[in-house]
Design a protein around this ligand. Structure first.
Ligand code: IPM
Ligand code: MG
Length: 344
């Protein structure tokens, strides 16, 4: 059996620590019928240091050739004042764009027994199970024109462009509706349609796509209200569908409902379902190297439920909490866990 190829991109800060733990689990989970081949490559600040490029060609090639990518984190304060192209974050952003990883799934679930870890009252978060579906390759993150220019009077002005095509909105909306069908059949699309044209088109297009899913309840919410509702009564949400910028902010907020940003995994998928799997936390330079970073988000709960169930039967004894994501990729190739990521 050909081994599943896993690109390992540890990155910066606590990234290498948490990824090393996940790799240990993967190795423990290997069997005759489930072998892995690891391709480790630098990204982010680590790559800038070695190659003066946050996404060196060999890292991109490793990611392209892999069946799945296991990613740690990027971000290093030493590059805070560097020009944008020479910042660690560019490694991840370019990777998402180059590989067309447009669908970012960010679940926020509260582990039973850990309700008290949340800063909200346990009764508000008990049983919480939200899936944020964030568009990942468009919006003001990538929209052109952008830059910092000098105005005629000599003052500098920063500018960016928020943009989405109907096609980009449709494909991410479908991901959200399909996910909702496997969950509680509710989608809340988050935008700022009362102010932004991009959001107006977003809302119209999502509504259109929603007609193909009459069994899924669709609501729309302005992002400011959604930020408030997430802390007021988070269990009202099932699938939250949103753009790149709003999704970045809301997913950090949602993660804290569960008590720790260190516990939540994230999958970024292309049209064929190939994915990059990462914890949603960042590089946390303040605790890097201290051996106290929580590797749970990288190790566990990063596979869809059916795959976890199927795998855990086989991996019991080797991996206490089910497979890490690339296990799932391998499993899919083996055709015994044909589950979709949508079923978090
Ligand atoms: C995330 C991160 C990234 C983002 C950074 C590191 C570029 O915050 O994955 O949420 O803004 O998307
Ligand atoms: Mg973020």
């Amino acid at each position: 059996m050909k081994p599943a190829r896993i690109a390992i991109l540890p990155g910066d800060g606590i990234g290498p620590e948490v990824v090393a733990e996940a790799v240990r689990v993967l190795k423990a989970g290997a069997f005759d019928w489930l072998q892995f081949e690891f391709l480790e490559a630098p990204i982010g600040g680590a790559a800038l240091e070695a190659n003066d490029d946050p996404l060196p060609p060999r890292t991109l090639a490793a990611a392209r050739s892999a069946d799945a990518i296991l990613f740690g984190a990027v971000g290093d304060p030493r590059f805070d004042t560097a020009p944008r192209a020479k910042r660690p974050e560019q490694g991840l952003l370019r990777l998402r764009q180059e590989l067309g990883l447009f669908a970012n799934l960010r679940p926020a679930t509260v582990f039973p027994g850990l309700e008290a870890a949340s800063t909200l009252k346990p009764e508000v978060v008990e049983g919480l199970d939200i899936l944020i579906v964030r568009e990942l390759t468009g919006d003001i993150y990538f929209g052109l024109p952008r830059g910092i220019r000098v105005l005629p009077g000599g003052e500098r002005e920063g500018f960016g462009t928020m943009r989405y095509t109907e096609g980009e909105i449709r494909r991410i909306a479908r991901v959200a509706f399909e996910a909702a069908r496997r969950r509680a059949s509710r989608v809340c699309s988050v935008d700022k349609a009362n102010v932004l044209e991009t959001s107006q088109l977003w809302r119209e297009t999502v509504t259109e796509v929603g007609r193909d899913y009459p069994d899924v309840q669709l609501d729309h919410m302005y992002v400011d209200n959604a930020a408030m509702q997430l802390v007021r009564s988070p269990r009202q949400f099932d699938v939250v569908l949103t753009g790149n910028l709003f999704g970045d902010i809301l997913s950090d907020e949602a993660s804290m409902l569960t008590g720790s940003i260190g516990m939540l995994p994230s999958a970024s998928l292309d049209e064929a379902g190939k994915g990059l799997y990462e914890p949603i936390h960042g590089s946390a330079p303040d605790i890097a190297g201290k051996g106290i970073a929580n590797p749970l988000a990288t190790i566990t709960r990063s596979a869809p439920r059916p795959a976890r169930r199927a795998s855990s039967r086989r991996l019991r004894g080797c991996c206490a909490r089910g497979p890490v994501p690339p296990t799932w990729a391998a499993a899919r190739r083996l055709r015994w866990a044909r589950a979709r990521w949508a079923t978090w």
